[in-house]
Design a protein around this ligand. Structure first.
Ligand SMILES: [Zn+2]
Length: 113
């Protein structure tokens, strides 16, 4: 079945996330910003006006149903927009970073650069 998609349906899911998980303040109407979407999923960044905490939610629209998963984040909206488009880290890059950290003078090199 082809998913039914309406551009504003992600706002329905936000009703379930009406409060900040850090300070419990209610989110204002302008707190949530849609920063990415495809046919079935929307990514929304919410900034709490009271404590400044960030929250990213993925809202999935399938047929008549709505599902969401979210996490507290230290990313700002600008970070989320920028990093969403970034290439994923490769296994080779992870191994290289691990090997760099095992160097005895890793921290000294980091401060010089
Ligand atoms: Zn808050």
């Amino acid at each position: 079945m082809k998913p039914v998609y309406h551009s504003d349906r992600w706002r329905e899911a936000l009703k379930m996330m009406s409060r900040c998980p850090i300070c419990s303040a209610e989110y204002g109407p302008e707190a949530a910003k849609l920063f990415a979407k495809n046919e079935t999923a929307s990514l929304v960044h919410i900034t709490c006006a009271a404590c400044g905490s960030g929250f990213v939610a993925m809202i999935v629209l399938l047929g008549q149903g709505l599902s969401s998963v979210g996490m507290v984040t230290d990313l700002t909206l600008a970070d989320a927009v920028r990093l969403h488009k970034a290439e994923p880290i490769t296994v080779d890059e992870m191994i290289e970073a691990y090997q760099e950290m095992q160097q005895e003078n890793f921290l000294i090199q980091s401060f010089r650069n």
